[in-house]
Design a protein around this ligand. Structure first.
Ligand SMILES: Nc1ncnc2c1ncn2[C@@H]1O[C@H](COP(=O)(O)OP(=O)(O)OP(=O)(O)O)[C@@H](O)[C@H]1O
Ligand SMILES: [Mg+2]
Length: 225
């Protein structure tokens, strides 16, 4: 039976006086894939920042695996490490995600953080470079890659850590048709019973292909369906 691992209860968020999320409640269950759709500026990326513990709701509660996630909670190093190990985030803008000197270091970085041994790190790095068809880029600087190549590196570095929860903010943005098709097929294959995937997208085809549930956020920053 699938359980709710993320629970949002009446979440609101304001930047200064501007409301960008208004009374959002939703339960996300393990084994499912959710697509969040809505017009530019409706608050999708802001919601994702909250889900990743980068921002905190102005009102309401965010529970992860039964625990209330607050700024104070994530100040505890052990809790924070556990939380970030379990949730992987692919940013809308890959630029802000990639920071090492080579693609191979980029994918290996998170695996070192997980404390895996050298052999397992190497195995996973090459497995995910192959899976995303970017092995030929292994020694390139992520900074100099094209937008689509950067997106694949970001996906490889997050998926290789095998988090239970994957949050992808517009994974098809900026990709050409082939790139979109590739990532769509990749994501389809990544669905699994012991994983929760949450994707924001403007792409209906991606939603139809991967989602179990679609959440529509309106211009009024509320869930409308
Ligand atoms: N750091 C910030 N300071 C002030 N306002 C912000 C900040 N970040 C985002 N906003 C505003 O909050 C609103 C929601 O932005 P958000 O990025 O969450 O929207 P989105 O749904 O992800 O849009 P898009 O489809 O364009 O990615 C927008 O009006 C945006 O201008
Ligand atoms: Mg966004």
């Amino acid at each position: 039976m699938s359980e709710s691992i993320i629970s949002l209860k009446n979440i609101s968020y304001k930047y200064d006086d501007q409301i960008v999320l208004d009374d959002i409640s939703y339960d996300f269950k393990m084994g499912k894939c959710y697509c969040i759709m809505g017009p530019n500026g409706c608050g999708k990326s802001t919601l994702f920042r909250i889900l990743n513990g980068l921002s905190f709701p102005t009102k309401g509660e965010f529970y992860f695996d039964g625990k209330l996630i607050t700024e104070k909670y994530l100040k505890d190093e052990n809790e924070s490490r556990d939380f970030h190990k379990r949730i992987g985030f692919v940013f809308q803008d890959s630029e802000v995600q990639l920071f090492t000197r080579s693609v191979i270091d980029e994918v290996a970085f998170g695996l070192y953080q997980l404390g895996l041994d050298q052999k397992e790190i190497e195995r996973r790095v090459y497995y995910y470079l192959d899976l995303l068809e970017i092995r030929h880029l292994e020694n390139r600087a992520p900074f100099n890659l094209s937008g689509g190549e950067k997106k694949r590196v970001a996906l490889a570095s997050v998926f290789s850590m095998k988090p239970e929860v994957l949050i992808l903010d517009e994974p098809l943005a900026g990709l050409d048709e082939d790139g979109q098709e590739f990532v769509l097929e990749f994501l389809k294959k990544q669905k699994s019973e012991d994983r929760l995937i949450i994707i924001s997208t403007h792409n209906k085809e991606l939603c139809d292909a991967v989602s179990d549930e679609i959440i529509n956020i309106g211009k009024n920053h509320k869930i409308i369906s």
